[in-house]
Write a protein of this length. Sequence first.
Length: 268
Amino acid sequence: MAIQFSKIKALFLDLDGVVWHGADPIGDLSAIFRKIAKMDVLPLIGTNNATKTPEAYCEKFAGFGVNSMKPEYIFSPAIGAASLFREKYPADVKIHVVGSDALRAYLRNAGFALVPDGADIVLASLDRELTYDKIAVAQRQILNGAEFYATNRDPILLSEDGIKPGGGVIVNAIETCSGIAPTVIGKPEPYLIRAAMHAFGLTNGEILAIGDRYDTDILGGLNAGCPTALVLSGVETRESIAKFDREPDLICADLNEAIDRLYAGKIA
Ligand SMILES: [Mg+2]
């Protein structure tokens, strides 16, 4: 089905491989985001990275001359987890986090009780200070009946200094020793994009999901029923996506081309 460009009111943008490679912007971000603003399209962000706060992302955007980014535009699994836990559990639910300080701070600020042990929920994410003990503590709580969640299962992370292990590695370790598969909050599951729709009163046909990875970004968009655009500035190539059944609606060299095609589609 062709995208109905006139309907698009928001983007759901992945970051690494789409907007930047670590510290390097992909294209003239200031110009690209001015074009997005000119179309009156919201630049919402859907990232599986829960190690940075929304404010830290806004600062990074500002460093590239993009001043239109707002903390409320950013949907990470931290935000997705908070909205899902609020919906599913009583207010005094106890959460144990294996993850970053930023993730912990976000949940604490959202009003959740974080505990070192005896939790109702174990939430696993990228933890750059992972230890054997941390895995053992998570394992014990899950075996004692805590529900197991993961921010994402990304196998790798493209960081400032190259390819690194992603959050999925930590999740897999806990899954292996507990024998329990987690409920995943990040892409390709639909929780983040649904949280964005809910927050901005959008329907799935009004959001264009843009990403560089098929099995998270594009599949996440498809799972939510949104039109999708794959950019070839990150991990995928035309050859690497040939194995997937459903093609993205658009395949573009980079974000700049995706935005130009959206613009051309809107004025057509
Ligand atoms: Mg990416």
